[in-house]
Write a protein that binds this ligand. Structure first.
Ligand SMILES: Nc1ncnc2c1ncn2[C@@H]1O[C@H](COP(=O)(O)OP(=O)(O)OP(=O)(O)O)[C@@H](O)[C@H]1O
Ligand SMILES: [Mg+2]
Length: 471
C-alpha cells in the first residue's frame, strides 16, 4: 500500500520536480494542479518548448510516479501558445493559481519566492470537467435527437457566451418571441443562477416566484410531490406574442438570503456527485411531459467556464447558440468550447449556430471590416477544432450561409441599450414595449430563429416572425 498522504503531496511534488535539473533549466513556470481527489497534474510553461524533449518529459513522469504514487494523475501538460485550446486553458490556470509558498505557508518549506522557475498551485476544488472532457456520450442528453427530429420531443438549445453582457438573454428572449408569434411552442429556462435576468425582462414583479434553484434542491427530496409546474410563469401578453402561443418561463428563483444558501449547496453538490446532472435532466423531461407540444426549450446559461453552463452546453443540448464579439478573449474561450462540442470523432458534433453579437451597426464605419474578420476567424477556428477529427464529415462550403461557422449578425441597437423591460402598465410603457418587440422580432432575431428551426426540420415561413401567428 502507498504511504503517500494528501498532506504531503504538494511538498513531494515540489521536491520531485526541483530534483530534476534539466527541467529546472527549461521551465519558466510550473503549476501543480490538484484535482478533486487530490491527484496531481503538472502544467509546464517554457519559452523554448523544444528544450523539453520527450525523454525529459518521460523522466519527469517517472520521478513523479515514484514520489507521488496514486497521487499522480499521470498527466504532464506542456503549454503551447500556438494551440488555442491550451491558450484558453492557460488563461484559466493563470487566473486561478496561487504561488506555491502561499499554499505551503503552514509548513516548514524552503521553496523561496523568486526562484527559477516559479512554482504555483491550482486547486481544482470546483470541477470544470464538463468543459475539459474531450469525449462525451449522447446518452447524457435528456432524450435523443431522433425524438426531436420526429417531433416527439422539443429541441433543447443552450444560449452560451464566453464573455458576459453580449446580449445572450436578450437574444434568447427575441428568438422566443419570434417563434411564439409564428405558432411554435417555446419554454425558456434561466440557468444563469448567479446572475438571473430572464424573468425580470418579462415581468415587473416576480415576487416570491420559485424556480430552477428550488427545483434542483427540492426535487431530490420531495420526488413526485414537487412538480415543475409550481415554478413556471406564462408569457401570454398579446403585445409580446401577438396571436401566437404563450411562452413558458422557468426563472432561476427569487434572489434572497435563502437563495444564496441553496446556491451554495448546489455548488458543493457539483463537486461531490452527479446529482445536479440527474436532476437537471429530470427537470427537462418533466417540462417536456407537462407542456406536451413544446418545440424548443431554451436554456440561458452562465457565461465563461461555469459548471452549470458546462453541464447545459456539453450534456443537455441538442444545439448550442454561441455568442461572441470579435475579441481575443472571446475567441480564446469559444475555441475551447467549439473543440469540446466537436465530439472528436467519437460522437456526432453538437450543432452550433454562431452569433456575432453586439456587432457594429450597419452605418458604423467599421461594420463590414469587423464582420469579415469575425467570419474569417470563425471559419478558421471551426476548421481546426470542429471538423478536425471528423473523418467522413465534410466541411461545408465556406460561403454556406447555414453552416455552423457562418454567423448570424446581431448588431448593437440603441433601443436595447440599458435596463430594458417588456412589461407595461401605462400607455407610454405599452408603446415602449411595442417598439422593443419590433426590434426583438426584427431581422437578426428572425434569422437566428430560422436557423434553429432549420436545424430540426421545422418549417419556417419566409418573411419570419415579426408577423403574426400563421398556423
Ligand atoms: N443588440 C443590442 N444592442 C444594444 N444593447 C443590447 C443589445 N442586446 C442586449 N443589449 C443590452 O445589453 C445589456 C446586456 O444584455 P443581456 O443581459 O441580454 O446580455 P447577457 O449576455 O445575457 O449578459 P449577462 O452575461 O450579464 O447575463 C442589456 O442592458 C441589454 O439591454
Ligand atoms: Mg444574461
Amino acid at each position: 500500500m502507498s504511504d503517500v498522504r494528501f498532506d504531503d503531496v504538494l511538498k513531494r511534488t515540489w521536491e520531485a520536480l526541483s530534483s530534476c535539473e534539466p527541467l529546472m533549466q527549461s521551465c519558466d513556470a510550473i503549476t501543480i494542479i490538484r484535482d478533486l481527489q487530490g491527484r496531481i497534474t503538472v502544467y509546464l510553461e517554457c519559452t523554448n518548448r523544444s528544450s523539453l524533449g520527450d525523454t525529459l518529459l518521460e523522466t519527469v513522469r517517472e520521478i513523479l510516479m515514484s514520489r507521488l504514487d496514486v497521487y499522480f494523475s499521470g498527466d504532464l501538460w506542456v503549454s503551447d501558445p500556438r494551440d488555442d485550446v491550451f491558450a484558453s486553458l492557460e488563461d484559466v490556470i493563470h487566473s486561478e493559481r496561487i504561488p506555491l509558498q502561499w499554499a505551503l505557508r503552514h509548513e516548514d518549506h524552503e521553496a523561496s519566492g523568486g526562484s527559477q522557475p516559479e512554482f504555483y498551485v491550482l486547486e481544482r476544488r470546483v470541477a470544470k470537467e464538463y468543459w475539459n472532457e474531450r469525449v462525451d456520450s449522447e446518452s447524457t442528453l435528456p432524450w435523443p435527437v431522433c425524438d426531436v427530429d420526429a417531433r416527439k420531443r422539443p429541441a433543447v438549445v443552450t444560449f452560451y457566451s464566453f464573455k458576459g453582457g453580449l446580449g445572450r438573454t436578450t437574444s434568447l428572449a427575441g428568438v422566443s418571441l419570434v417563434l411564439a408569434r409564428l405558432g411554435f411552442h417555446v419554454a425558456m429556462i434561466d440557468l444563469d443562477l448567479e446572475a438571473p435576468g430572464l424573468a425580470t425582462l418579462f415581468f415587473k414583479d416576480t415576487g416570491s416566484q420559485t424556480g430552477v434553484v428550488d427545483y434542483l434542491i427540492e426535487k431530490p427530496l420531495h420526488q413526485d410531490d414537487y412538480t415543475v409546474r409550481e415554478n413556471v410563469l406564462t408569457v401570454a401578453d398579446p403585445v409580446l406574442v401577438a396571436g401566437g402561443n404563450p411562452i413558458r418561463l422557468l426563472p432561476a428563483g427569487s434572489v434572497n438570503q435563502n437563495y444564496l444558501e441553496k446556491l451554495a449547496r448546489l455548488d458543493f453538490q457539483h463537486q461531490t456527485s452527479t446529482q445536479i446532472q440527474q436532476t437537471l435532466k429530470r427537470l427537462l423531461i418533466e417540462i417536456s411531459d407537462t407542456y406536451r407540444s413544446l418545440d424548443f426549450i431554451f436554456l440561458d446559461s452562465r457565461a465563461g467556464f461555469h459548471d452549470l453552463g458546462g453541464l447545459a452546453v456539453t450534456r443537455m443540448s441538442h444545439a448550442v447558440v454561441m455568442l461572441g464579439n470579435h475579441s481575443r478573449q472571446t475567441w480564446a474561450g469559444l475555441t475551447s468550447v467549439i473543440d469540446t462540442l466537436s465530439g472528436h470523432g467519437v460522437r456526432e458534433p453538437v450543432p452550433v449556430v454562431l452569433v456575432h453579437a453586439m456587432a457594429p451597426g450597419p452605418t458604423h464605419p467599421n461594420a463590414s471590416v469587423e464582420q469579415r474578420l469575425f467570419r474569417e476567424t470563425a471559419y478558421d477556428v471551426f476548421q481546426k477544432h470542429y471538423y478536425a477529427d471528423q473523418g467522413d464529415i465534410s466541411v461545408p462550403n465556406e460561403n454556406d450561409p447555414d453552416a455552423p461557422f457562418h454567423p448570424v449578425v446581431i448588431p448593437w441597437h440603441e433601443i436595447l441599450r440599458g435596463d430594458i423591460h417588456l412589461s407595461h402598465v401605462s400607455d407610454d410603457e405599452r408603446r415602449r414595449t411595442e417598439a422593443l418587440v419590433r426590434v426583438l422580432t426584427g431581422e437578426p432575431y428572425d434569422d437566428l430563429a430560422r436557423r434553429l428551426a432549420l436545424l430540426f426540420g421545422r418549417d419556417f415561413p419566409a418573411g419570419g416572425g415579426g408577423k403574426d401567428h400563421v398556423g
